[in-house]
Design a protein around this ligand. Sequence first.
Ligand SMILES: Cc1cc2nc3c(=O)[nH]c(=O)nc-3n(C[C@H](O)[C@H](O)[C@H](O)COP(=O)(O)OP(=O)(O)OC[C@H]3O[C@@H](n4cnc5c(N)ncnc54)[C@H](O)[C@@H]3O)c2cc1C
Length: 303
Amino acid sequence: MKTIDDANRLRNRVLAALEQADLETDAAEQSRLLSFVVAGGGFAGTELIAELFDLVHGVLHHYPRLHDAETRFVLVHSGDRLLPELPADLGDYALRTLRGRGIEFRLGTRVVAAGPGSVRFSDGAQIEARTFAWTAGTRPNPLVERIGPVGDSGPLRVDECLRMTGVDGVWAIGDCARIPDPAQPGTYYPPTAQHAIREGKAVADNVAAVVRGRAPTPFRFGGLGILVSLGHRRAAGQVFGHRVSGLTGWVLWRAVYLGKLPGAEKRLRVAVDWLLDLGFSRDIALTSNEIISTTAPDRNRHA
Ligand SMILES: Cc1cc2nc3c(=O)[nH]c(=O)nc-3n(C[C@H](O)[C@H](O)[C@H](O)COP(=O)(O)OP(=O)(O)OC[C@H]3O[C@@H](n4cnc5c(N)ncnc54)[C@H](O)[C@@H]3O)c2cc1C
C-alpha cells in the first residue's frame, strides 16, 4: 500500500469480493471472500484496517445475501504494541477502539507466507482470506539502490545538510534519504510528508548556496504532530505536544488534510464531498474490472 493507485485497486478489490461473495454458494469460499488481512501495525496499517472495516460495513446492505454473513478483519503486527510511533496510552486507545468493533489483532506475529487464498503467520496459524494488504515497509526506488553503496539497499545516507555521504554532487531527501536527527543522536528523521516537504525547500536552498560558493545550512525540523484515523469518525494522535483522541482528533485530522490540499477550489470540492458523505451512503461503483480468482487455495504457491 503505497500509492493512490494501490488504494483504488484495493477499493475495487473489496467491492468485487463483496459482489462475488453475494453470489457464492460455497460457504468456505464466501468466508474467504469476506476475510481481509492487513500486515503492519503502524499508521498505514491501522488506518487501512479501520477504513476497510468501515467500507465493508458501510456498503453491506447493498448485497442482499450478505446481510447476516460474517466478515473478518485481521491486522498482523510484528511488534507487541500497535502504533509504536505514538505514546503507549494512545496506541492502547486505538487498539481498544478497533478491537471493540470486532477487528482482530495478532501482535508479536509476522506474516511468513501469502498465497491466493490464505495468509500464514510465524506462530504457525493460517487465515483463509482472498484479500491481503501489505503496509509493513516499502523499499526505496531501485535507482536509489544503484546509487547507494553495494549491499546497502536502504535509503541513501546523507549528512545534516542533505548531501549524500561519499558521493560528491548527490543530494537526497524524503523517503530516499536517511537524514540524521540531531535532537536524538543516532536516529533519523521519519519518512513523512511533513518532513519531505520541508526537506525539499531546504535542499533547494542548500544547492543554490553551494553553487554560489556559500556554506549549506543543516536541516532542522521538530515535526508538528501525528494523527491516525480510526474510522467511525474517530482519530488519535499528538499535535504540538498535546494528545488528542475521539471525534476532536478526527475533526482535526480532516482539517489538517483539507489545509494541505493545493488551492481553494480543490479544498472546496473535497470539503463538499466530505459533507455529502455525512448524509449519503458510500458509492459502490467499480472503477476497474476486478475479478478475484476463486480456485482452491494453492498452498504450493506460498513464497
Ligand atoms: C499509505 C501511506 C500513508 C501515509 N500517510 C502519511 C501521513 O498521513 N502523513 C505524512 O506526513 N506522511 C504520510 N506518509 C508518508 C509520505 O507519503 C512520504 O513520506 C512522502 O510522500 C515522501 O515524499 P517523497 O517526495 O520522498 O516521495 P513520494 O511522495 O513517493 O514522491 C516520489 C515521486 O517520484 C516519482 N518518481 C519515482 N521514480 C521516478 C523516476 N525514475 N523519475 C522521476 N520521478 C520518479 C514518483 O512518481 C513520485 O511522484 C504515508 C505513506 C504511505 C505509504
